[in-house]
Design a protein around this ligand. Structure first.
Ligand SMILES: *[C@@H]1O[C@H](CO)[C@@H](O)[C@H](O)[C@H]1NC(C)=O
Length: 343
């Protein structure tokens, strides 16, 4: 009798510990480390910058040896993508997938914590879309036989353009064009308990529809309920966009697949709403929203995992706003102050 009580107490204690651990772990913000600049600091300095700012997760668009080396033994977790142009060989040639894992993952897996491998970025819908799922499957097989110290989940990164309908959020569904691609991908992710990575940009939604969307709603700059959707109340566009993706996943029977925000951000220069004030407001409020652990109205209290776009201003991107999404200048000074610390 006594030992049963003891066992129950210990089991409860253990569950509480696991629960609080998973909550703390999820309340972490990452950044996208883009490399399309000819004046960026060496990776080793960049990784020191991340450490000094308490940034503990980073997304890299494709394998870059010196960045992977710089991440060794740092405890910074890595989301590693494949080049879009590698999707076709990854999908059609299993030996290419093995070589990809052998060169880009195996030499680093003991010293770098890989969070996900992502097959392609924003290729659905496009002519390459048919390669995404087979590339994911081949990468999964290649990782499985590579005797890694821990399992690495495989997923992909999509834009919200996979949705045909996104308003109101409960009407969210994949477009006719994307649906036959997204449905089996969602099923793969469900089966493997892996999230879907989605780029969620209230900025682009706003500039494409200024007459229907208020800037304050796009910037997290209001506490008013702006959109009512049945029982659910929306005070910011980010939540509405994320929930439209959840609604689309539900409609294909994959509502338990988690959404991870692979990119979100706001440019600090380039047009009337792309300025330092708005970028500072969006990114700081976005980070507070994620770290607050509020979830979204459709997934209340569920921690959001998210990566800000982007670390640096990148001068080799198209001129204008595209070059000005960075939190930092290439000399590593702040474009504006950002607080990455948990609340
Ligand atoms: C990073 O986190 C540590 C420990 O919580 C804290 O003391 C430090 O001030 C943080 N650094 C920055 C730049 O916020």
């Amino acid at each position: 009798m006594r030992s049963e009580v003891f066992y129950r107490i210990m089991a409860t204690f253990y569950l509480l510990m696991v629960h609080s651990n998973s909550l703390t772990e999820a309340k972490v913000i990452g950044v996208n480390y883009g490399l399309l600049g000819d004046n960026l600091p060496p990776p080793i300095h960049t990784i020191s910058l991340l450490k000094s700012k308490n940034i503990t997760r980073v997304r890299l668009f494709n394998p870059t040896e010196d960045v992977l080396q710089a991440l060794h033994n740092t405890r910074i977790e890595l989301v590693l993508g494949t080049l879009n142009q590698d999707l076709q060989p990854l999908a059609t040639d299993i030996s290419f997938a093995f070589r990809w894992v052998q060169s880009n993952v195996v030499p680093h897996a003991n010293a770098v914590r890989f969070r996900y491998i992502t097959a392609g970025n924003e290729v659905i819908p496009s002519a390459m879309q048919n390669y995404v799922l087979p590339a994911m499957q081949n990468l999964k097989s290649a990782l499985q036989v590579s005797q890694l110290p821990y399992p690495i989940p495989v997923t992909t990164v999509v834009a919200t353009s996979v949705l045909g309908t996104s308003f109101p959020p409960s009407s969210g569904e994949f477009s006719a064009e994307a649906s036959h691609i997204m449905t089996p991908i969602a099923a793969f992710l469900l089966q493997n308990h892996t999230p879907l990575l989605v780029n969620v940009y209230p900025y682009f939604a706003y500039i494409n529809d200024r007459k229907d969307i208020s800037l304050a709603y796009a910037l997290f700059n209001t506490n008013e309920v702006v959109v009512r959707d049945g029982e659910l109340e929306y005070r910011n566009l980010f939540d509405a966009m994320a929930d439209a993706v959840y609604a689309a996943l539900e409609k294909v029977g994959c509502g338990s697949v988690e959404v991870v925000v692979a990119e979100s951000g706001w440019p600090s220069k380039g047009n009337d709403v792309a300025n330092v004030g708005n970028a500072e407001m969006y990114n700081n409020k976005f980070i507070r929203h994620v770290l607050g652990g509020y979830g979204t109205p459709r997934r209340p209290g569920k921690s959001i995992e998210a990566y800000v776009f982007a670390l640096f201003n990148e001068d080799l991107k198209p001129a204008g706003t595209e070059q000005n999404f960075g939190l930092f200048y290439p000399d590593m000074s702040d474009v504006y102050p950002v607080n990455f610390n948990a609340i």
